[in-house]
Design a protein around this ligand. Sequence first.
Ligand SMILES: CCCCCCCCCCCCCCCC(=O)SCCNC(=O)CCNC(=O)[C@H](O)C(C)(C)COP(=O)(O)OP(=O)(O)OC[C@H]1O[C@@H](n2cnc3c(N)ncnc32)[C@H](O)[C@@H]1OP(=O)(O)O
Length: 254
Amino acid sequence: MLGRCAARALGALRGLREGAPPARSPGPSRRLLSSEKVSEKDHSLPKPCWSKDMRLLFDQFMKKCEDGSWIHLPSYEDIATQRSQDFSTFIHAYFPTASEQINKEKLSQGRIFTRSFEDGLGFEYVMFYNDAEKRIVCVFQGGPHLQGMPGFFHGGAIATMIDATVGMNAIVSGGIVMTANLNINFKRPIPLCSIVLINSQLDKIEGRKLLVSCNVQSVDEKILYTEATSLFIKLNPEKEFHIKELVLNSAPPA
Ligand SMILES: CCCCCCCCCCCCCCCC(=O)SCCNC(=O)CCNC(=O)[C@H](O)C(C)(C)COP(=O)(O)OP(=O)(O)OC[C@H]1O[C@@H](n2cnc3c(N)ncnc32)[C@H](O)[C@@H]1OP(=O)(O)O
């Protein structure tokens, strides 16, 4: 029998297949008031700070979602809103000593790193997942606060987006994982504020180990900027969290 989350995820997928608009409309982009729940904004939907090209690529991928081969992955600022209390509890139980050292007061201020910048200044991205091919494509528009060498992205910012993309691929394919190893070859500098495609691919699962590779290319695929390989370790070989459904169905309740 389908769990509630899975059923809702399938419902959401059906909605996409039928060409229905995303459950939450993008709405105007603005700074949130302190009284608002930061979590209620799906950052993977178009915003005014997205360039025309970013919007075009989003539309192209949403079209590919219509037959169900690709799935749009929603993205919120706060992992706790992703219906993930069990998930947090599990992680803390896996690392009991480290968990004791977490400042519980600060925990409520926790934000997903890549979603902690003001709109347009840091990481703007949207991911699409292909279940049959175990691939994720991330359309990434980096903002001016990600500068390293003048006029180019900081390598750490590129590494962050790579980790987020291959990490999401491993999570959706394998469950609860953590990055154990990430190898990156920076082949060409990426001009600041440009849009790139991060193509990730699950290559192999060996027991608890998931190997995921990726490359970063220009939108016209003529420039190969970066290549990476990664190793993720699954933390929940026995316990099943239906994490794919959690990710797909992570919108907060209306
Ligand atoms: C609703 C919910 C939504 C949730 C969705 C939203 C999420 C929104 C975020 C998006 C995605 C972000 C993605 C970022 C993901 C991070 O950034 S994670 C943060 C960075 N990573 C870390 O902090 C991990 C630190 N490392 C560790 O804690 C531990 O080393 C690990 C990785 C958990 C592994 O420890 P362990 O579970 O005790 O496993 P262990 O027995 O040591 O190793 C298992 C096997 O792997 C091998 N192995 C382990 N490490 C390595 C290594 N480095 N190299 C080679 N082999 C290794 C071992 O040799 C062993 O092999 P076998 O003997 O079985 O053949």
